[in-house]
Design a protein around this ligand. Sequence first.
Ligand SMILES: [Zn+2]
Length: 258
Amino acid sequence: MRAVGLHADVIVATSRVYQTTCTLVRSGGEAFCIDSPVLPDELDILPAMAGQAGFTVVGLLATHADWDHLLGRYAFPEAPLGCSDTTAARLVNEPGAAQRELRDFDERFYVERPRPLSLPSAQRLPVPGKVEVGDLELELQPADGHTEDGMAVWIPWARVLVCGDYLSPVEIPMLHPNGSAAAYLATLKRLEPLVDEAERVVPGHGEPIDGTRAAAILREDRAYVEALLEQGEAAKLPLARRTAEQRRIHAENARLVA
Ligand SMILES: [Zn+2]
């Protein structure tokens, strides 16, 4: 797991699998952990890593309800979970889905966990709106489209945008069966002014990138999703994201918009 400091108050750890990102943000003696790494050793080391850097994690935030972003409780078992209304609703409406998908992943790769994943009932945060950490505030924006739920987190004093599963340098826009291409485009539009202001952008998957690179990815992703809607399977993939796995995701996207 790689960890980088983006700002005195922001650390990002990137998982060795899926490059899922986990962002620690602090103010005034309190810190939140946004999303999570995936592997057990990464989750084990996270509290010590946070502690050594002077981040006292008092709460978990999830950008959306996909299982690979929800594992923070393995690292911080006492911390309450905050998320958007849409994510809280998904957790209620799909009971056990995250646990099931985590178990499928673990069985496939022979991964062992110390215990089953326990998810507390989530606190619903106002989105769009703000949530306090220490004596400062994080700004929350809706970010649906990849899935039916989700939020992006803007850290104003650090000019860092934690956007969930958008603007990834390693993954093309991915539509889940409950996602929507039109909502995806609306989210890109909503994120655009924040990307323009951002010093760094933390995608759900892939290393943190600077604002200029994120703006370029945003343009590529918009072009891809628009082409997907118009041409389906014939849409061209972004140049730097054309691996076999990305082509598989593309075929799935095309099937969903058809
Ligand atoms: Zn994800």
